[in-house]
Design a protein around this ligand. Structure first.
Ligand SMILES: [Zn+2]
Length: 252
Protein backbone atom coordinates (compact mmCIF):
# COMPACT_ATOMS: atom_id res chain seq x y z
CA UNK A 1 0.00 0.00 0.00
CA UNK A 2 1.65 3.17 -1.09
CA UNK A 3 1.37 6.35 -3.09
CA UNK A 4 4.45 6.84 -5.24
CA UNK A 5 5.47 10.32 -6.39
CA UNK A 6 7.23 10.55 -9.73
CA UNK A 7 8.28 13.66 -11.63
CA UNK A 8 10.02 13.20 -15.00
CA UNK A 9 10.26 9.92 -16.89
CA UNK A 10 13.04 10.86 -19.26
CA UNK A 11 16.35 9.71 -20.71
CA UNK A 12 17.64 13.27 -21.04
CA UNK A 13 20.49 13.98 -18.71
CA UNK A 14 20.03 16.61 -16.07
CA UNK A 15 21.76 17.27 -12.78
CA UNK A 16 18.62 16.78 -10.71
CA UNK A 17 17.52 13.43 -9.31
CA UNK A 18 13.75 13.75 -9.57
CA UNK A 19 13.69 11.68 -12.71
CA UNK A 20 13.47 8.02 -13.63
CA UNK A 21 14.45 6.56 -16.98
CA UNK A 22 11.68 5.09 -19.16
CA UNK A 23 13.21 1.59 -19.06
CA UNK A 24 13.59 1.86 -15.28
CA UNK A 25 9.95 2.93 -14.97
CA UNK A 26 8.86 0.07 -17.21
CA UNK A 27 10.65 -2.46 -15.00
CA UNK A 28 9.02 -0.96 -11.91
CA UNK A 29 5.55 -1.26 -13.43
CA UNK A 30 6.20 -4.87 -14.44
CA UNK A 31 7.52 -5.63 -10.95
CA UNK A 32 4.39 -4.22 -9.28
CA UNK A 33 2.22 -6.28 -11.63
CA UNK A 34 4.20 -9.42 -10.88
CA UNK A 35 3.70 -8.73 -7.17
CA UNK A 36 -0.03 -8.61 -7.78
CA UNK A 37 -0.60 -4.90 -7.12
CA UNK A 38 -3.80 -3.12 -8.07
CA UNK A 39 -3.11 0.28 -9.69
CA UNK A 40 -5.53 3.03 -8.72
CA UNK A 41 -5.98 6.71 -9.40
CA UNK A 42 -5.48 8.90 -6.35
CA UNK A 43 -9.20 9.40 -5.65
CA UNK A 44 -9.80 5.65 -5.97
CA UNK A 45 -6.90 5.00 -3.64
CA UNK A 46 -8.12 7.47 -1.01
CA UNK A 47 -11.88 7.23 -1.26
CA UNK A 48 -13.10 4.14 -3.12
CA UNK A 49 -13.03 1.97 0.00
CA UNK A 50 -11.35 -0.90 -1.84
CA UNK A 51 -9.90 -3.41 0.60
CA UNK A 52 -7.47 -4.98 -1.86
CA UNK A 53 -4.37 -5.73 0.27
CA UNK A 54 -1.93 -4.59 -2.42
CA UNK A 55 -2.85 -1.21 -3.80
CA UNK A 56 -0.64 1.43 -5.35
CA UNK A 57 -1.31 4.88 -6.78
CA UNK A 58 1.23 6.30 -9.22
CA UNK A 59 1.30 10.09 -9.14
CA UNK A 60 3.26 12.36 -11.48
CA UNK A 61 3.90 15.89 -10.21
CA UNK A 62 4.34 18.83 -12.60
CA UNK A 63 2.82 17.05 -15.63
CA UNK A 64 5.96 16.85 -17.71
CA UNK A 65 5.64 16.09 -21.41
CA UNK A 66 8.01 13.16 -20.86
CA UNK A 67 5.31 11.53 -18.74
CA UNK A 68 3.01 11.70 -21.76
CA UNK A 69 5.75 10.52 -24.12
CA UNK A 70 7.16 7.64 -22.06
CA UNK A 71 5.08 6.70 -19.01
CA UNK A 72 1.66 6.96 -20.62
CA UNK A 73 2.37 4.39 -23.42
CA UNK A 74 3.89 1.96 -20.91
CA UNK A 75 0.89 2.15 -18.57
CA UNK A 76 -1.52 2.03 -21.51
CA UNK A 77 0.05 -1.24 -22.63
CA UNK A 78 -1.15 -2.80 -19.35
CA UNK A 79 -4.32 -0.72 -19.16
CA UNK A 80 -3.20 0.94 -15.91
CA UNK A 81 -4.30 4.34 -14.60
CA UNK A 82 -2.25 7.05 -12.93
CA UNK A 83 -2.71 10.60 -11.68
CA UNK A 84 -0.98 13.69 -12.97
CA UNK A 85 -0.76 16.94 -10.99
CA UNK A 86 -0.45 19.96 -13.26
CA UNK A 87 0.02 23.72 -12.94
CA UNK A 88 -2.36 25.25 -15.51
CA UNK A 89 -0.19 28.32 -16.17
CA UNK A 90 2.64 26.06 -17.35
CA UNK A 91 0.72 23.79 -19.70
CA UNK A 92 2.81 23.31 -22.86
CA UNK A 93 5.55 25.57 -21.47
CA UNK A 94 9.05 25.06 -20.13
CA UNK A 95 9.67 24.54 -16.40
CA UNK A 96 10.93 28.03 -15.68
CA UNK A 97 9.45 27.76 -12.15
CA UNK A 98 12.31 25.40 -11.27
CA UNK A 99 16.01 26.03 -10.67
CA UNK A 100 17.53 24.37 -13.72
CA UNK A 101 20.89 22.93 -12.86
CA UNK A 102 23.04 22.86 -15.97
CA UNK A 103 20.66 25.18 -17.83
CA UNK A 104 18.39 22.45 -19.19
CA UNK A 105 14.69 23.15 -19.36
CA UNK A 106 11.92 20.59 -19.58
CA UNK A 107 8.52 21.01 -21.19
CA UNK A 108 5.18 20.37 -19.51
CA UNK A 109 2.42 18.52 -21.31
CA UNK A 110 -0.13 20.66 -23.13
CA UNK A 111 -3.91 20.64 -22.74
CA UNK A 112 -4.46 18.21 -25.62
CA UNK A 113 -2.08 15.72 -24.05
CA UNK A 114 -3.70 16.11 -20.64
CA UNK A 115 -7.14 15.63 -22.16
CA UNK A 116 -5.96 12.50 -23.92
CA UNK A 117 -4.58 10.85 -20.77
CA UNK A 118 -7.59 11.80 -18.65
CA UNK A 119 -9.97 10.53 -21.33
CA UNK A 120 -8.03 7.26 -21.21
CA UNK A 121 -8.71 6.90 -17.46
CA UNK A 122 -5.98 8.95 -15.82
CA UNK A 123 -6.94 11.46 -13.19
CA UNK A 124 -5.81 15.10 -13.15
CA UNK A 125 -5.07 16.97 -9.94
CA UNK A 126 -4.11 20.52 -9.07
CA UNK A 127 -0.48 21.44 -8.58
CA UNK A 128 -1.70 25.07 -8.23
CA UNK A 129 -1.58 27.72 -10.98
CA UNK A 130 2.10 28.70 -10.87
CA UNK A 131 3.94 26.09 -8.80
CA UNK A 132 4.73 28.44 -5.93
CA UNK A 133 5.21 27.44 -2.32
CA UNK A 134 1.76 28.07 -0.85
CA UNK A 135 3.19 28.56 2.64
CA UNK A 136 5.17 31.61 1.48
CA UNK A 137 2.42 33.52 -0.32
CA UNK A 138 0.05 36.24 0.86
CA UNK A 139 -3.40 34.94 1.88
CA UNK A 140 -4.87 36.39 -1.34
CA UNK A 141 -2.28 34.83 -3.64
CA UNK A 142 -2.47 31.53 -1.82
CA UNK A 143 -6.19 31.25 -2.28
CA UNK A 144 -6.00 32.41 -5.90
CA UNK A 145 -3.51 29.64 -6.73
CA UNK A 146 -5.90 27.01 -5.41
CA UNK A 147 -9.12 28.54 -6.71
CA UNK A 148 -8.05 29.28 -10.29
CA UNK A 149 -6.39 25.90 -10.79
CA UNK A 150 -9.51 24.22 -9.42
CA UNK A 151 -11.79 26.07 -11.84
CA UNK A 152 -9.59 25.67 -14.92
CA UNK A 153 -9.10 21.96 -14.36
CA UNK A 154 -12.77 21.50 -13.66
CA UNK A 155 -13.64 23.22 -16.93
CA UNK A 156 -11.06 21.45 -19.09
CA UNK A 157 -10.77 17.84 -17.94
CA UNK A 158 -13.54 15.56 -16.77
CA UNK A 159 -11.35 13.57 -14.39
CA UNK A 160 -10.47 16.27 -11.87
CA UNK A 161 -11.43 15.07 -8.37
CA UNK A 162 -10.56 18.11 -6.22
CA UNK A 163 -7.23 16.81 -5.01
CA UNK A 164 -4.10 18.95 -4.75
CA UNK A 165 -0.42 18.04 -4.59
CA UNK A 166 1.20 20.98 -2.78
CA UNK A 167 4.12 22.44 -4.77
CA UNK A 168 7.40 21.43 -3.10
CA UNK A 169 5.21 19.34 -0.77
CA UNK A 170 4.75 22.38 1.49
CA UNK A 171 1.54 23.04 3.38
CA UNK A 172 0.33 24.43 6.69
CA UNK A 173 -2.92 25.05 8.59
CA UNK A 174 -3.80 28.11 6.48
CA UNK A 175 -3.29 26.20 3.23
CA UNK A 176 -5.49 23.37 4.49
CA UNK A 177 -8.17 25.85 5.57
CA UNK A 178 -8.22 27.33 2.06
CA UNK A 179 -8.40 23.85 0.54
CA UNK A 180 -11.40 23.01 2.71
CA UNK A 181 -13.18 26.26 1.84
CA UNK A 182 -12.61 25.66 -1.86
CA UNK A 183 -14.00 22.14 -1.80
CA UNK A 184 -10.77 20.21 -2.13
CA UNK A 185 -11.01 16.66 -0.79
CA UNK A 186 -7.35 15.86 -0.16
CA UNK A 187 -3.84 17.31 -0.19
CA UNK A 188 -0.63 15.40 -0.90
CA UNK A 189 2.78 16.04 0.62
CA UNK A 190 6.22 14.51 -0.04
CA UNK A 191 7.45 12.02 2.52
CA UNK A 192 5.85 11.09 5.82
CA UNK A 193 3.21 13.09 7.63
CA UNK A 194 4.34 14.84 10.82
CA UNK A 195 0.88 14.41 12.25
CA UNK A 196 0.16 11.46 14.52
CA UNK A 197 -3.42 11.38 13.28
CA UNK A 198 -4.15 10.30 9.72
CA UNK A 199 -5.06 13.44 7.82
CA UNK A 200 -6.21 13.40 4.23
CA UNK A 201 -4.78 16.93 3.77
CA UNK A 202 -1.32 15.67 4.69
CA UNK A 203 -1.43 12.48 2.69
CA UNK A 204 2.09 11.04 2.63
CA UNK A 205 3.81 9.96 -0.56
CA UNK A 206 7.14 8.43 -1.25
CA UNK A 207 9.28 9.93 -4.00
CA UNK A 208 10.80 7.89 -6.83
CA UNK A 209 14.28 8.82 -8.01
CA UNK A 210 16.96 8.01 -10.53
CA UNK A 211 18.88 5.90 -8.04
CA UNK A 212 15.96 3.60 -7.23
CA UNK A 213 16.66 -0.07 -7.91
CA UNK A 214 14.04 -2.80 -8.15
CA UNK A 215 14.86 -3.63 -4.52
CA UNK A 216 14.21 -0.10 -3.26
CA UNK A 217 11.17 0.11 -5.54
CA UNK A 218 9.66 -2.96 -3.88
CA UNK A 219 10.46 -1.57 -0.43
CA UNK A 220 8.55 1.58 -1.33
CA UNK A 221 5.72 -0.42 -2.88
CA UNK A 222 5.21 -2.40 0.32
CA UNK A 223 6.12 0.46 2.67
CA UNK A 224 9.14 -1.39 4.06
CA UNK A 225 12.17 0.32 5.69
CA UNK A 226 10.29 3.56 5.52
CA UNK A 227 12.34 5.19 8.29
CA UNK A 228 15.28 5.08 5.86
CA UNK A 229 13.42 6.36 2.79
CA UNK A 230 11.60 9.04 4.79
CA UNK A 231 14.88 10.31 6.23
CA UNK A 232 16.27 10.50 2.70
CA UNK A 233 13.10 12.25 1.58
CA UNK A 234 13.52 14.82 4.36
CA UNK A 235 16.97 15.65 2.97
CA UNK A 236 15.53 16.00 -0.54
CA UNK A 237 12.79 18.25 0.83
CA UNK A 238 15.47 20.56 2.24
CA UNK A 239 16.96 20.79 -1.27
CA UNK A 240 13.57 21.62 -2.75
CA UNK A 241 13.16 24.35 -0.12
CA UNK A 242 16.40 25.84 -1.50
CA UNK A 243 14.68 26.03 -4.89
CA UNK A 244 11.87 27.90 -3.19
CA UNK A 245 14.27 30.42 -1.66
CA UNK A 246 16.02 31.04 -4.97
CA UNK A 247 12.78 31.43 -6.91
CA UNK A 248 10.77 33.30 -4.29
CA UNK A 249 12.12 36.71 -5.26
CA UNK A 250 10.19 36.55 -8.54
CA UNK A 251 6.84 35.75 -6.92
CA UNK A 252 4.07 38.23 -6.26
ZN1 LIG B 1 6.10 20.11 -8.48
Amino acid sequence: MSILAYHMVDNRFDLGVTRVKPAQFHRQVESALQEGFLFQTISEYLFAGNEHPKRVALTFDDGYESVYTYAYPILTRYNLPATVFVSPNFMGKLNTWDVNLGGLKFRHMNWEQLKEVTTAGWEAGSHTMNHRDLTRLSPESRKKELLESRDILNANVHNFKYIVAYPFGNSNAQVVQDCLELGYRAGLIMGASRSKMPDVFATPRIGMYLWDTLVSFRHKLYGRNMWFYNTLQDAINVCSDCTVLIKKSSWT
